[in-house]
Design a protein around this ligand. Structure first.
Ligand code: GLN
Length: 232
């Protein structure tokens, strides 16, 4: 149509859940963070016009599946289960789950979570990992709609532990010293995860996005963005 841009492609709407610092967080009305900068670099490299929108987690998953959104960028782990309904870009970040507990807690490994009140973000890999440890329909499992909400629940004493992505938990502990939280890693129970850009099945943009990710990883742009958000 006459209104589409020169490349023949319209503006992509890309969803996120912007309380997942340092990957995506709100600064005023702007979404900033590692993912925001990386997404911008990817889309520029790919020559794609886009709008990054704080849709929330569940609406993002629904929107990409029904293609009202053309992508999701939210520290989203590439999983076999999600691959049944979505495509993913090439992986761009390694992660794993971690347990956040109040300092002085007796919990030492994932196995100690059984019987405790555990908080997770609904529908995340942390949710899945916690279900395996405390039981799928356990009343001990409290589900929240953002990672930030799980941390608030932990601080309020509504839950005794939170299972969430390691870089996000580390960022939270570092920036909230008064929360007095400790992190427990457990490689035996928590697998390695990789983040990818979430795409609709058979997305026409996957190839361009993958090429852009490769270029950005090779030309130093990725490293620059990484330094800014993780070594600063
Ligand atoms: N990496 C986790 C997942 O994909 C959590 C992502 C998030 O909460 N933004 O499920």
């Amino acid at each position: 149509n006459e209104e589409s841009s020169g490349s023949g492609e319209g503006k992509l709407t890309i969803g996120t859940e912007a309380t997942f610092a340092p990957f995506e967080l709100m600064e005023g009305d702007k979404i900033v963070g590692f993912d925001a900068d990386l997404l911008d670099a990817i889309m520029k490299e790919a020559g794609l016009d886009y709008e990054y929108k704080n849709t929330g987690w569940d609406p993002m998953l629904v929107g990409v599946e029904d293609e009202t959104l053309q992508a999701g960028m939210a520290g989203i782990t590439i999983t076999d289960e999600r691959k049944e309904s979505y495509d993913f870009s090439a992986p761009y970040f390694e992660a794993t789950q971690v347990i956040a507990v109040p300092e002085g807690s007796d919990i030492q490994s994932a196995e100690d979570l059984s019987g405790l009140k555990v908080g997770v973000q609904n529908g995340t890999t942390g949710d899945e990992a916690a279900q395996k440890l405390v039981g799928k329909n356990s009343s001990d499992l409290s589900k929240y709609d953002s990672s930030a909400a799980t941390m608030m629940a932990l601080q309020n004493g509504d839950v005794e532990a939170v299972v969430t992505d390691i870089a996000v938990a580390q960022h939270y502990v570092k920036n909230n010293p008064d929360a007095n939280l400790t992190l427990i890693e457990d490689e035996d129970n928590f697998e390695k995860e990789y983040y990818g850009v979430l795409l609709p099945k058979d997305s026409e943009h996957k190839e361009k996005i993958d090429e852009a990710i490769q270029t950005i990883m090779e030309n130093g742009t990725y490293e620059e963005i990484y330094q800014e958000w993780f070594e600063g």
